[in-house]
Design a binder for this molecule. Structure first.
Ligand code: PLP
Ligand code: COI
Length: 341
């Protein structure tokens, strides 16, 4: 597809092939110099480590077309660091963090025609990933890996944009204590597929996963962290847990809440049975940005946020406006957040 055929305003969250992708190969204990290539297909052995034992990790970030026409990315250094943490946990070699950032910028530059126009609400989603490629039949880490980055133009992750979502407290677990919930491993998302299909079949947009040990505290959804707003609208409260992904969006929103809106922020364990103490709930992540939640169903009990579950919360919308304003060059960013392509 040429970028001329793309309806930027009507884009959903899907895959559209763009021109170039970055590839680097790890063999004999070293990464090669890496290159941009055109072929989107991968050929591998039937016994590749990724196919047999799911040895794969990934990242997600976006490139934005700013108000002044520049193309920028948002805090790619944090994705580089998190990918390193993910790699080490799955016994994979880390891709050097400085090379990760360079490769992201290079891949976006090569696909600049696919960065949606300013004002369209769409962005270029960047997906770095790494997987074990050589044959592995005994359970052990692969010895050869491919690191790749592709890009795809995307619109909103949830259909309906900022229309508040309805969630259910899942009967399934996503991540075990001392497991892999705090890294971005493909296996975590495989674990969530049956749960998300079940939730959709029952008419919900997403799942709230409780902590697997006690099933009483809020963890996260399949692809985003939670933030809650207290009834007096003075404080943001967000779950603290070792088994959720450390969201870069959430870390950024904490700064926005404190430094731009003068709000208090608390990270703590949040009991599911205290959710009615909050006036707003939002899902935050690269794909989700901040998506307001109107209602959470907990086994026959409904928690409604705000007076009207159809109306997004005021603080969530303010946070969203400032964060996207920073990403689009409309509002001054803290030092080091914006990388010009
Ligand atoms: N939690 C999960 C499970 C995710 O997949 C994501 C998306 O990356 C997030 C949270 C949000 O993280 P970030 O803000 O870094 O995109
Ligand atoms: C992201 O927000 O980048 C993610 O990886 C989440 C995924 C569910 C699309």
């Amino acid at each position: 597809m040429s970028n001329k055929d793309i309806d930027w305003d009507g884009l959903g969250f899907g895959y559209i092939k763009t021109d170039k992708r970055y590839v680097s190969y790890y063999k004999d204990d070293a990464w090669d110099e890496g290159a941009l290539i055109s072929d989107e297909n991968i050929v591998m052995n039937e016994c590749a480590g990724v196919l047999q034992y799911a040895q794969t990790i990934f990242e997600g970030l976006k490139a934005y077309r700013s108000k002044n026409g520049d193309i920028v990315t948002f805090r790619p250094d944090l994705n580089a660091k998190r990918m390193r943490d993910s790699a080490l946990r799955l016994e994979m070699p880390a891709f050097p963090e400085d090379r990760f950032v360079e490769a992201v910028l290079k891949t976006v530059r090569a696909n600049a025609d696919y960065v949606p126009p300013y004002g369209s609400g769409a962005t270029l989603y960047i997906r770095p990933f790494m997987y074990g490629k050589n044959p592995v039949i005994g359970v052990k880490p692969a010895s050869e890996y491919e690191f790749r980055i592709f890009t795809t133009p995307v619109g909103p992750y949830f259909k309906g944009g900022v229309k508040p979502l309805t969630l259910k407290v899942s009967d399934f677990d996503r991540a075990a204590p001392h497991g892999t919930g705090n890294i971005k491993a493909g296996l975590n998302y495989a674990m969530s597929l049956h749960a998300i299909v079940t939730a959709h079949e029952e008419g919900y947009d997403e799942n709230l996963y409780p902590d697997a040990a006690t099933r009483t505290y809020v963890e996260e959804t399949g692809g985003a962290n939670f933030i809650f707003v207290t009834k007096d609208k003075k404080k943001i409260v967000t779950p603290r847990s070792d088994s959720i992904l450390p969201s870069i969006t959430k870390r950024s929103l904490i700064t926005v809440a404190k430094d731009y809106l003068g709000l208090e922020v608390e990270e703590c364990k949040i009991p599911i049975d205290r959710l009615s103490d909050y006036s707003e709930c939002g899902l935050c992540g690269t794909a989700a940005v901040i998506s307001p939640v109107g209602k959470i169903a907990d086994h026959g009990k409904e928690i409604i946020f705000g007076d009207d579950p159809e109306k997004p919360g005021e603080i969530c919308m303010k946070l969203r406006e400032i964060l996207t304003g920073i990403q689009l060059g409309e509002i001054e960013a803290p030092d080091g957040w914006i990388y010009k392509v």
